[in-house]
Design a protein around this ligand. Structure first.
Ligand code: SF4
Length: 351
Protein backbone atom coordinates (compact mmCIF):
# COMPACT_ATOMS: atom_id res chain seq x y z
CA UNK A 1 0.00 0.00 0.00
CA UNK A 2 1.47 3.30 -1.11
CA UNK A 3 0.60 6.82 0.00
CA UNK A 4 1.84 10.26 -0.79
CA UNK A 5 2.46 12.64 2.12
CA UNK A 6 2.76 16.39 1.73
CA UNK A 7 5.87 17.51 3.58
CA UNK A 8 6.89 21.08 4.31
CA UNK A 9 9.50 19.92 6.80
CA UNK A 10 7.68 21.60 9.70
CA UNK A 11 6.52 19.74 12.78
CA UNK A 12 2.94 18.99 11.66
CA UNK A 13 3.76 17.43 8.32
CA UNK A 14 6.65 15.50 9.86
CA UNK A 15 4.33 14.04 12.51
CA UNK A 16 1.70 13.12 9.90
CA UNK A 17 4.37 11.36 7.92
CA UNK A 18 5.53 9.37 10.93
CA UNK A 19 1.97 8.38 11.90
CA UNK A 20 1.29 6.93 8.46
CA UNK A 21 4.75 5.46 7.92
CA UNK A 22 4.58 3.74 11.32
CA UNK A 23 1.41 1.92 10.17
CA UNK A 24 3.49 0.08 7.57
CA UNK A 25 2.44 2.21 4.61
CA UNK A 26 5.03 2.81 1.89
CA UNK A 27 5.24 6.59 1.93
CA UNK A 28 6.66 9.01 -0.61
CA UNK A 29 6.97 12.60 0.59
CA UNK A 30 5.99 15.47 -1.64
CA UNK A 31 7.15 19.05 -1.35
CA UNK A 32 6.10 22.01 -3.49
CA UNK A 33 8.10 24.91 -4.76
CA UNK A 34 5.73 27.87 -5.16
CA UNK A 35 8.34 30.55 -5.82
CA UNK A 36 7.39 32.29 -2.57
CA UNK A 37 9.37 30.24 -0.03
CA UNK A 38 11.47 32.18 2.48
CA UNK A 39 14.28 29.67 2.43
CA UNK A 40 14.79 30.01 -1.35
CA UNK A 41 15.24 33.76 -1.03
CA UNK A 42 17.51 33.45 1.97
CA UNK A 43 19.68 31.23 -0.16
CA UNK A 44 19.62 33.73 -3.05
CA UNK A 45 20.61 36.67 -0.82
CA UNK A 46 23.12 34.75 1.25
CA UNK A 47 26.13 36.83 2.21
CA UNK A 48 29.18 35.75 0.22
CA UNK A 49 31.26 35.42 3.39
CA UNK A 50 29.05 32.84 5.14
CA UNK A 51 31.17 30.34 6.97
CA UNK A 52 31.05 26.68 5.92
CA UNK A 53 29.06 25.77 9.06
CA UNK A 54 26.34 28.21 7.98
CA UNK A 55 25.76 26.11 4.88
CA UNK A 56 23.98 23.51 6.96
CA UNK A 57 20.67 25.34 7.44
CA UNK A 58 17.95 26.29 4.95
CA UNK A 59 18.37 29.92 6.03
CA UNK A 60 21.96 30.03 4.90
CA UNK A 61 21.98 27.82 1.86
CA UNK A 62 21.75 24.24 3.10
CA UNK A 63 19.05 21.75 2.13
CA UNK A 64 15.43 22.79 2.63
CA UNK A 65 13.50 21.77 5.75
CA UNK A 66 11.54 19.25 3.68
CA UNK A 67 14.64 17.55 2.29
CA UNK A 68 16.18 17.42 5.76
CA UNK A 69 13.03 15.96 7.32
CA UNK A 70 12.66 13.33 4.59
CA UNK A 71 16.31 12.34 4.92
CA UNK A 72 15.95 11.97 8.71
CA UNK A 73 12.88 9.78 8.25
CA UNK A 74 14.56 7.79 5.48
CA UNK A 75 11.67 8.48 3.09
CA UNK A 76 11.99 9.31 -0.61
CA UNK A 77 10.85 12.79 -1.55
CA UNK A 78 9.58 14.40 -4.74
CA UNK A 79 9.73 18.17 -5.21
CA UNK A 80 7.27 19.68 -7.67
CA UNK A 81 7.71 23.18 -9.00
CA UNK A 82 4.21 24.68 -9.16
CA UNK A 83 5.34 28.23 -9.86
CA UNK A 84 4.12 27.89 -13.45
CA UNK A 85 0.53 29.01 -13.41
CA UNK A 86 0.86 30.18 -9.82
CA UNK A 87 0.60 33.90 -10.60
CA UNK A 88 -2.87 33.29 -12.01
CA UNK A 89 -3.80 31.75 -8.64
CA UNK A 90 -2.28 34.74 -6.84
CA UNK A 91 -3.97 37.34 -9.03
CA UNK A 92 -7.42 35.79 -9.23
CA UNK A 93 -8.14 33.56 -6.26
CA UNK A 94 -11.69 32.19 -6.32
CA UNK A 95 -11.74 32.04 -2.51
CA UNK A 96 -9.97 35.31 -1.72
CA UNK A 97 -6.96 36.17 0.38
CA UNK A 98 -6.08 35.50 3.98
CA UNK A 99 -4.83 38.23 6.28
CA UNK A 100 -2.16 39.30 3.82
CA UNK A 101 -1.85 38.40 0.13
CA UNK A 102 -1.99 34.65 0.76
CA UNK A 103 -4.59 32.88 -1.39
CA UNK A 104 -4.30 29.78 0.82
CA UNK A 105 -7.46 27.94 -0.23
CA UNK A 106 -6.78 28.34 -3.95
CA UNK A 107 -3.11 27.63 -3.42
CA UNK A 108 -3.87 24.33 -1.70
CA UNK A 109 -6.34 23.33 -4.38
CA UNK A 110 -3.65 24.11 -6.98
CA UNK A 111 -1.12 22.02 -5.03
CA UNK A 112 -3.44 19.12 -4.34
CA UNK A 113 -4.49 18.81 -7.97
CA UNK A 114 -0.86 18.28 -8.87
CA UNK A 115 -0.38 15.94 -5.94
CA UNK A 116 -3.33 13.91 -7.24
CA UNK A 117 -1.63 13.52 -10.62
CA UNK A 118 1.52 12.27 -8.93
CA UNK A 119 -0.52 9.94 -6.72
CA UNK A 120 -1.97 8.30 -9.81
CA UNK A 121 1.39 8.22 -11.55
CA UNK A 122 3.18 6.36 -8.74
CA UNK A 123 0.24 4.09 -7.91
CA UNK A 124 -0.43 5.53 -4.46
CA UNK A 125 -3.92 5.03 -2.98
CA UNK A 126 -4.26 8.20 -0.99
CA UNK A 127 -2.68 11.50 0.02
CA UNK A 128 -2.20 12.81 3.52
CA UNK A 129 -1.18 16.17 4.95
CA UNK A 130 -0.18 17.74 8.26
CA UNK A 131 -3.21 20.05 8.29
CA UNK A 132 -4.82 20.63 11.67
CA UNK A 133 -8.46 21.57 11.95
CA UNK A 134 -8.83 25.18 13.11
CA UNK A 135 -5.13 25.95 13.07
CA UNK A 136 -5.29 28.52 10.28
CA UNK A 137 -8.35 30.71 10.07
CA UNK A 138 -8.43 30.92 6.29
CA UNK A 139 -7.63 27.45 5.02
CA UNK A 140 -8.06 24.99 7.87
CA UNK A 141 -11.59 25.49 9.15
CA UNK A 142 -13.94 22.58 8.57
CA UNK A 143 -15.63 23.98 5.47
CA UNK A 144 -12.27 24.86 3.86
CA UNK A 145 -10.89 21.37 4.48
CA UNK A 146 -13.91 19.82 2.72
CA UNK A 147 -13.76 22.38 -0.09
CA UNK A 148 -10.08 21.71 -0.76
CA UNK A 149 -10.68 17.95 -0.81
CA UNK A 150 -13.58 18.34 -3.26
CA UNK A 151 -12.12 20.98 -5.55
CA UNK A 152 -8.80 19.17 -5.90
CA UNK A 153 -10.64 16.00 -6.93
CA UNK A 154 -9.09 14.04 -4.06
CA UNK A 155 -12.34 13.87 -2.06
CA UNK A 156 -12.18 10.77 0.17
CA UNK A 157 -8.60 10.01 -0.72
CA UNK A 158 -7.35 12.99 1.28
CA UNK A 159 -6.50 12.11 4.88
CA UNK A 160 -5.52 14.53 7.65
CA UNK A 161 -3.96 12.22 10.27
CA UNK A 162 -3.48 14.91 12.95
CA UNK A 163 -7.19 15.81 13.04
CA UNK A 164 -8.70 12.63 11.61
CA UNK A 165 -10.70 11.82 14.76
CA UNK A 166 -12.60 15.09 14.36
CA UNK A 167 -13.39 14.50 10.68
CA UNK A 168 -15.55 11.94 8.88
CA UNK A 169 -13.63 8.71 8.12
CA UNK A 170 -11.91 8.81 4.76
CA UNK A 171 -11.52 5.94 2.30
CA UNK A 172 -8.18 4.68 3.73
CA UNK A 173 -9.77 4.51 7.19
CA UNK A 174 -13.01 2.88 6.06
CA UNK A 175 -11.18 0.31 3.93
CA UNK A 176 -8.93 -0.55 6.87
CA UNK A 177 -5.74 0.47 5.07
CA UNK A 178 -5.15 2.73 8.04
CA UNK A 179 -6.01 2.09 11.69
CA UNK A 180 -8.11 5.14 12.58
CA UNK A 181 -7.65 4.57 16.30
CA UNK A 182 -3.95 5.41 15.91
CA UNK A 183 -4.69 8.80 14.36
CA UNK A 184 -5.11 12.07 16.27
CA UNK A 185 -7.84 14.58 17.08
CA UNK A 186 -5.78 17.77 17.26
CA UNK A 187 -7.57 21.06 16.91
CA UNK A 188 -6.72 24.76 16.97
CA UNK A 189 -3.63 26.86 17.13
CA UNK A 190 -1.94 25.37 20.19
CA UNK A 191 1.14 23.30 19.37
CA UNK A 192 1.32 21.54 22.73
CA UNK A 193 -0.18 18.21 21.56
CA UNK A 194 2.14 18.15 18.56
CA UNK A 195 5.17 18.86 20.73
CA UNK A 196 4.10 16.09 23.12
CA UNK A 197 3.61 13.66 20.23
CA UNK A 198 7.02 14.59 18.81
CA UNK A 199 8.49 13.67 22.20
CA UNK A 200 6.68 10.31 22.22
CA UNK A 201 7.87 9.53 18.71
CA UNK A 202 11.43 10.60 19.45
CA UNK A 203 11.42 13.44 16.96
CA UNK A 204 14.01 15.68 18.57
CA UNK A 205 14.57 18.58 16.25
CA UNK A 206 12.27 20.39 13.87
CA UNK A 207 11.97 23.97 12.58
CA UNK A 208 10.20 26.31 14.99
CA UNK A 209 6.59 26.73 13.84
CA UNK A 210 6.22 30.48 14.44
CA UNK A 211 8.15 31.64 11.38
CA UNK A 212 6.06 30.14 8.61
CA UNK A 213 7.62 29.53 5.23
CA UNK A 214 5.69 31.62 2.73
CA UNK A 215 6.26 35.24 1.75
CA UNK A 216 2.58 35.66 0.93
CA UNK A 217 1.69 35.45 4.63
CA UNK A 218 4.27 38.06 5.59
CA UNK A 219 2.63 41.44 6.39
CA UNK A 220 5.56 43.53 5.13
CA UNK A 221 5.78 41.60 1.87
CA UNK A 222 2.00 41.89 1.55
CA UNK A 223 2.20 45.68 1.84
CA UNK A 224 4.80 45.82 -0.93
CA UNK A 225 2.67 43.60 -3.15
CA UNK A 226 -0.45 45.67 -2.54
CA UNK A 227 1.50 48.85 -3.24
CA UNK A 228 2.46 47.42 -6.64
CA UNK A 229 -1.09 46.28 -7.33
CA UNK A 230 -2.38 49.75 -6.48
CA UNK A 231 0.26 51.49 -8.62
CA UNK A 232 0.43 49.13 -11.56
CA UNK A 233 -1.44 46.55 -13.51
CA UNK A 234 -1.66 43.47 -11.37
CA UNK A 235 -2.08 41.08 -14.29
CA UNK A 236 1.08 42.37 -15.95
CA UNK A 237 3.29 41.59 -12.98
CA UNK A 238 5.84 38.88 -13.64
CA UNK A 239 7.93 36.62 -11.43
CA UNK A 240 10.83 39.12 -11.50
CA UNK A 241 8.56 41.82 -10.06
CA UNK A 242 7.60 39.56 -7.15
CA UNK A 243 11.20 38.49 -6.69
CA UNK A 244 12.38 42.06 -6.28
CA UNK A 245 9.72 42.70 -3.63
CA UNK A 246 11.45 40.13 -1.42
CA UNK A 247 14.60 42.17 -0.92
CA UNK A 248 15.61 45.69 0.00
CA UNK A 249 13.96 48.81 1.28
CA UNK A 250 11.29 49.94 -1.18
CA UNK A 251 10.86 53.68 -1.45
CA UNK A 252 8.02 55.01 -3.58
CA UNK A 253 9.00 58.12 -5.54
CA UNK A 254 5.83 58.71 -7.56
CA UNK A 255 2.79 56.81 -8.82
CA UNK A 256 4.91 55.07 -11.43
CA UNK A 257 8.39 54.91 -9.99
CA UNK A 258 10.25 53.68 -6.94
CA UNK A 259 13.72 52.78 -5.86
CA UNK A 260 14.78 49.56 -4.10
CA UNK A 261 17.77 49.99 -1.79
CA UNK A 262 19.86 47.03 -0.55
CA UNK A 263 20.00 46.62 3.23
CA UNK A 264 23.09 44.44 3.51
CA UNK A 265 25.86 42.93 1.47
CA UNK A 266 23.78 39.95 0.36
CA UNK A 267 20.94 42.16 -0.87
CA UNK A 268 23.36 44.52 -2.61
CA UNK A 269 24.80 41.59 -4.53
CA UNK A 270 21.33 40.30 -5.37
CA UNK A 271 20.25 43.76 -6.61
CA UNK A 272 23.46 44.27 -8.58
CA UNK A 273 22.95 40.96 -10.39
CA UNK A 274 19.21 41.31 -10.86
CA UNK A 275 18.42 40.24 -14.45
CA UNK A 276 17.03 42.46 -17.19
CA UNK A 277 17.52 46.02 -18.39
CA UNK A 278 18.02 47.67 -15.01
CA UNK A 279 19.17 51.07 -13.81
CA UNK A 280 21.44 50.82 -10.76
CA UNK A 281 22.48 53.64 -8.45
CA UNK A 282 25.37 53.84 -6.01
CA UNK A 283 27.11 56.64 -4.11
CA UNK A 284 30.70 57.07 -5.33
CA UNK A 285 32.73 58.54 -2.49
CA UNK A 286 31.25 56.78 0.55
CA UNK A 287 30.30 53.20 1.35
CA UNK A 288 26.61 52.62 0.89
CA UNK A 289 23.93 50.49 -0.66
CA UNK A 290 23.33 49.48 -4.24
CA UNK A 291 19.87 50.41 -5.46
CA UNK A 292 17.71 49.57 -8.42
CA UNK A 293 15.31 52.00 -10.04
CA UNK A 294 11.86 50.73 -11.01
CA UNK A 295 9.46 52.54 -13.31
CA UNK A 296 9.41 55.74 -15.28
CA UNK A 297 13.05 56.94 -15.38
CA UNK A 298 12.63 60.69 -15.92
CA UNK A 299 15.50 62.99 -14.92
CA UNK A 300 13.48 64.28 -11.99
CA UNK A 301 12.79 60.80 -10.63
CA UNK A 302 16.38 59.62 -11.08
CA UNK A 303 17.58 62.63 -9.10
CA UNK A 304 15.04 61.88 -6.40
CA UNK A 305 16.20 58.23 -6.35
CA UNK A 306 19.85 59.37 -6.11
CA UNK A 307 18.97 61.54 -3.09
CA UNK A 308 17.29 58.53 -1.45
CA UNK A 309 20.36 56.36 -2.07
CA UNK A 310 22.50 59.14 -0.60
CA UNK A 311 20.37 59.08 2.54
CA UNK A 312 21.27 55.41 3.14
CA UNK A 313 25.01 55.88 2.46
CA UNK A 314 27.73 56.75 4.96
CA UNK A 315 27.91 60.18 3.35
CA UNK A 316 24.44 61.19 4.51
CA UNK A 317 25.52 63.38 7.42
CA UNK A 318 28.81 64.69 6.13
CA UNK A 319 27.27 67.98 5.08
CA UNK A 320 28.46 67.62 1.48
CA UNK A 321 26.77 66.90 -1.82
CA UNK A 322 27.21 63.31 -2.99
CA UNK A 323 28.11 61.94 -6.40
CA UNK A 324 25.80 59.10 -7.35
CA UNK A 325 26.56 56.77 -10.26
CA UNK A 326 23.53 55.92 -12.39
CA UNK A 327 24.32 52.88 -14.48
CA UNK A 328 22.26 51.15 -17.16
CA UNK A 329 23.38 48.62 -19.77
CA UNK A 330 23.89 51.42 -22.30
CA UNK A 331 25.14 54.33 -20.19
CA UNK A 332 26.98 55.30 -17.05
CA UNK A 333 26.58 58.81 -15.72
CA UNK A 334 26.76 60.64 -12.44
CA UNK A 335 24.42 62.99 -10.60
CA UNK A 336 25.55 65.27 -7.79
CA UNK A 337 22.84 65.52 -5.13
CA UNK A 338 22.10 66.58 -1.60
CA UNK A 339 20.99 63.45 0.29
CA UNK A 340 17.52 63.43 1.77
CA UNK A 341 17.19 63.38 5.54
CA UNK A 342 15.62 60.32 7.18
CA UNK A 343 12.53 62.44 8.01
CA UNK A 344 12.07 63.32 4.35
CA UNK A 345 12.27 59.69 3.24
CA UNK A 346 10.39 57.96 6.03
CA UNK A 347 6.89 58.50 4.66
CA UNK A 348 7.82 57.07 1.28
CA UNK A 349 9.19 53.79 2.61
CA UNK A 350 6.78 50.93 2.04
CA UNK A 351 7.02 48.90 5.22
S1 SF4 B 1 0.87 29.82 3.26
FE1 SF4 B 1 -0.95 29.73 1.93
S2 SF4 B 1 -0.32 30.72 0.04
FE2 SF4 B 1 1.56 30.20 1.14
S3 SF4 B 1 2.17 28.17 0.38
FE3 SF4 B 1 0.91 27.83 2.20
S4 SF4 B 1 -1.16 27.57 1.44
FE4 SF4 B 1 0.03 28.51 -0.21
Amino acid sequence: MKALGLLSGGLDSTLALRLIHDQGIEVTALNFHTGFCFSDTRRATRRPDNSPEDEETPETGGPSDALTAAAKLGIPIEVIDISKGYLEVLHHPSYGYGKNVNPCVDCRIHMFKQARELMQEIGAEFIFTGEVLGQRPKSQHLQALHLIADQSGLTERLLRPLSALLLPPTLPEREGWIDRSKLMGFHGRTRKPQIALAGELGIGSYPQPAGGCCFLTDPQYGRKVRDMWEHGVKEEMEWEDYLLLKVGRHVRLSDNSKVVVGRDEGENLFIEQFPGEQIHLEVEEFPGPIAIFVGDASGEMLTKAARVVGRYSDGRDKGVDLTVTVKSKQTVRTIVVKPFTSEEVQNWVIS
